[in-house]
Design a protein around this ligand. Structure first.
Ligand code: 5RP
Length: 228
């Protein structure tokens, strides 16, 4: 059985493989989480060695890390397109469907990936599933609408709870709440995505469909690539 440190090595392996795809003068989207961390560290190393890029972070945490590594940052409001983004996932299938948002950065991650020409997801081998849904679907909501959205999810057959941290509501970088929604195993992610998008007060949800071009998964000493 693989240990936590095996999975850490797989994350790092996948991250290093993905960073090889970055070239000079690219605008690069930087994901959030413990897998994206390895990619950002590797990019920092390449910047130190002379790589010239501009980066768009998907969270305040990533922004701080990138700045500490002297990676030049660019405001997303000034960007028409992003050349390549590297981000992690909480679950994915070989059809490149994903659940993201375990770290709470799903809203910015979705916008950054949507603006990106080459969308690269990196992962260890624990995240690959046959069907999405063991991991609850994070849903970012305007705080005012949180109770309403909880009720709407229940009326559509899901169970859900408000994400808490240190005894109070977890706040996203946009100061919104996250609801973690459980619909069991999801046989039709597209329909569920449409349903969640249709609830007033929902800003974004963690079902990412058609938002990956390639998923690079570390598996032992090998990087396995899933693509369209
Ligand atoms: C954050 C995300 C992350 O990509 C996802 O949670 C995976 O994180 P980790 O690499 O730490 O397992 O979507 O919002």
């Amino acid at each position: 059985m693989k240990t936590k440190s095996d999975f850490e090595r797989e994350k790092e392996l996948a991250a290093k493989e993905a960073v090889k795809l970055i070239g000079d003068n690219m605008i690069v989207g930087l994901g959030t989480g413990s897998t994206a961390y390895y990619a950002i560290m590797e990019i920092g190393q390449r910047v130190k060695e002379g790589l010239k890029i501009k980066a768009v972070p998907t969270s305040e945490e990533t922004e701080k890390l990138a700045a500490s590594l002297n990676i030049e940052l660019i405001d997303i409001k000034t960007v028409d397109a992003i050349d390549l983004t590297i981000d992690g996932a909480d679950e994915f299938t070989s059809e490149l469907m994903m659940i993201k948002g375990g770290g709470g950065a799903l809203f910015r991650e979705k916008i950054v990936l949507s603006l990106t020409k080459k969308k690269i997801i990196i992962s260890d081998s624990s995240k690959k599933v046959e069907m999405l849904g063991k991991f609850k679907v994070p849903v970012e909501v305007v705080p005012f609408a949180a109770n309403y959205v909880l009720k709407q999810i229940a009326s559509k057959g899901g169970s859900s709870e408000l994400r808490m941290k240190d005894g109070r509501e977890f706040l996203t970088d946009q100061e919104n709440y996250i609801i973690d929604a459980d619909f069991g195993l999801i046989d039709d992610p597209k329909t569920l995505s449409t349903l969640l998008n249709g609830i007033e007060g929902v800003l974004a949800h963690g079902l990412f469909i058609e938002l990956a071009d390639q998923i690079i998964m570390g598996d032992g000493d090998t990087a396995i690539v899933f693509e369209k």
